[in-house]
Design a protein around this ligand. Structure first.
Ligand code: NDP
Ligand code: A1CAB
Length: 255
C-alpha cells in the first residue's frame, strides 16, 4: 500500500528524491527514491514519517523506530485498526500523529483517503492533508470510530468493487460472451459509469433510475438487486464484517 502511495505522489509531480524508505529488506523502489536499512542515527528530525507495515508488526518494529521519532517529527500511520492512542503509546515523543486510511487507486491519483489527527491544529497536520489530497479525494473525520468504517469502505472497498465487476464479467460469460471480452467490457462499463456519476450532480440512486427506461431491461435487473434490499443487504453485511475486524484489530494492537 505504501508503494502505491509513493507511486501516486511521484505521479502527481513530487520529486522522488524527497522520499526516504526505511525497510530492512531492500524493496523495489521507483528510480530516485532513497532507501535505508534502518532509521537515521541522528533521528528523523522534522520529517514526516509514515508507518506502512502490517498492524501485527507494530510491537516488533516500533521499539526500534521510536528513539528516532522526536517532537519535531510528524508521524502518520496507514495501519488498519491501530488507533491514535496505540500509536502515541508506541511513539511517546512524536510531534503530531495522524492516521491516514488510503486505498490502492492512490497509485493513479484516484484514491479515496480518510484522515484523523490526534490534534488537527498541531504543526505539520495541514501538510498531511495536502499530501493526501494529491492522491485523490481526501476527507478528515473527527471521530476515530469512523476510521474503522472508512477502513472498510475506502481501504477494503476496491476489493468489494472488484468482486462486483468480476461477478458482472462472469455473468456475461455465462450468457455466452467470450470471457476476455466480457471482462474488458465489464471493466470499461464500471469505469465509465463511475466517472459519469462522479461528474454528475445527481446521486447514484437517481442515476440508476435514469438508466431504467420505462418497461425496459434495466428495471427488470434492478428489481432483482432491490428485492428485499438484496444488494444493499449483502454490501452492508460486508461493510459490517470489515468494520468489525478493524475494531478487533484495534483491540489486538492494545495488547
Ligand atoms: N492493501 C491495502 O489496500 C491497504 C492497506 N493498508 C495498510 O497498509 C499496511 C500494509 O499493508 P499491505 O501493503 O497490504 O501489506 P504488505 O505486506 O504488502 O506491505 C507491508 C510492507 O511492510 C514492509 N515491512 C516489513 N517489515 C518491515 C520493517 N521491519 N520495517 C519497515 N517496513 C517493513 C514490507 O516491506 P518488504 O516487502 O520489503 O518486506 C512491505 O512493504 C497495513 O498496515 C494495512 O493495514 C491500508 C489501506 C489499504
Ligand atoms: O485488508 C486489510 O486489512 C487492509 C486494510 C484495508 C485494506 N486492506
Amino acid at each position: 500500500m505504501a508503494g502505491a502511495m509513493l507511486k501516486g505522489w511521484i505521479g502527481a509531480g513530487e520529486a522522488p528524491g524527497r522520499f526516504q524508505v526505511v525497510d530492512p529488506s531492500h524493496p523495489d523502489l521507483p528510480p530516485g527514491v532513497n532507501w535505508h536499512e534502518g532509521p537515521p542515527g541522528e533521528g528523523f528530525g522534522d520529517a514526516v514519517v509514515q508507518l506502512g507495515f502490517k498492524p501485527q508488526m507494530l510491537g516488533d518494529i516500533a521499539p526500534g523506530l521510536a528513539g528516532a521519532v522526536g517532537a519535531e517529527t510528524t508521524l502518520t500511520s496507514i495501519m488498519a485498526g491501530v488507533e491514535l492512542a496505540s500509536l502515541r503509546a508506541a511513539f511517546p515523543d512524536a510531534g503530531a500523529i495522524v492516521r491516514v486510511m488510503p486505498n490502492m487507486p492512490v497509485a493513479i491519483g484516484k484514491g479515496a483517503v480518510g484522515l484523523i489527527a490526534e490534534d488537527r491544529a498541531a504543526p505539520g497536520v495541514e501538510e498531511i492533508g495536502a499530501l493526501a489530497g494529491k492522491l485523490g479525494t481526501a476527507e478528515w473525520v473527527a471521530d476515530e470510530a469512523l476510521i474503522h468504517v472508512l477502513t472498510a469502505l475506502v481501504g477494503s472497498g476496491p476489493a468489494f468493487v472488484y468482486r462486483y465487476i468480476d461477478a458482472l464479467a462472469r455473468g456475461g460469460e455465462r450468457l455466452g460472451l467470450d470471457a476476455d471480452v466480457s471482462r474488458r467490457l465489464s471493466l470499461a462499463m464500471a469505469e465509465g459509469a463511475s466517472a459519469l456519476a462522479a461528474g454528475s450532480g445527481e446521486s447514484p440512486a437517481a442515476l440508476a433510475d435514469r438508466v431504467a427506461s420505462p418497461g425496459g431491461t434495466t428495471r427488470k435487473g434492478l428489481d432483482v438487486l432491490d428485492d428485499g434490499e438484496a444488494l444493499a443487504g449483502v454490501i452492508g453485511a460486508a461493510l459490517d464484517a470489515a468494520t468489525a475486524r478493524a475494531r478487533e484489530m484495534a483491540e489486538e494492537a492494545k495488547r
